[in-house]
Design a protein around this ligand. Sequence first.
Ligand code: ADP
Length: 289
Amino acid sequence: MKLALLGPEKRTYSELRLLKECKQIFDTVTYFPIQKVVIEFDGELSVIYRGKNILDYDAVLPRIPRSYLHFGLTVLEMLKGTGIKMPIAPEAVLHTHNKFLTLILLARHEIRIPKTYLSLKRKALEFVLENVKYPVVLKTVYGCMGKGVMFADSKESAISIMDLLENLHQPVFVEEYVKNPGEDIRAIVVGERVVAAMKRKAKAGEKRANIGVGGIGENYRISEEESELALKAARALQMGIAGVDILPGKKRPCVVEVNVYPGLKGIEAATGVNVAKEIACYMLDLCSK
Ligand code: ADP
């Protein structure tokens, strides 16, 4: 079987781990740097890098950086209907890029999410600030690694953050604060299983639990309810591989984000699980379906 890994030119820990594990079980594994591929139509469609065509492979494992979202999406859309196996539907890339849209799609599948509001204008959302409990969460729609998540302790602070978002021509995204002790859960879904889960704890004085902003990850025994939630979220977004972020909540857990290309470094270090191998085996299974 032949696997193509479509990722950034500069490989990160995750791509290197995936390459290593995929090479153990696939006959051929080729790395296609997204910045260097050429999409051709010369009577036939092809996606070429150094004379190799992605369309000659059995499966494609995408790890496309956000900065190349639309080009990457074009490639994935081209692969639709060709018989090449992919772990995610191409539209999942677009849907999960937009955090607000992700939540809306999850809600449509009756997956618990925080109360959320979106508008281009701060004024249109001021009514929310009258009734909401503080702190309230303000986010950029396209942020990642905790950068773009802000907390406001009062209506006044919320308004100034909303003004900033509006001024930067960013949609104003307001979310109810889900009470938690500075902790969240990252569940890695591969196929029909949660293969690894970690609890991330925010550093002192910080509400965001992301490892990128100083949070610490530790192995977590995920509950059945949380596991079901993660699987349901991945299914709703048509993803066979997903990093689902869950806040335990007071009564029931809710999903705050779904990552289409979850990083492997933090989760492998925290849990000791060979997530890259799980993904490689899943890709091979897909090829036989
Ligand atoms: P990112 O994609 O940048 O990681 P998230 O939306 O996952 O952004 O939020 C980052 C972190 O902020 C979460 O892991 C969690 O610790 C905290 N957080 C996010 N949303 C909420 C919320 N509604 N209530 C409480 N904490 C939140």
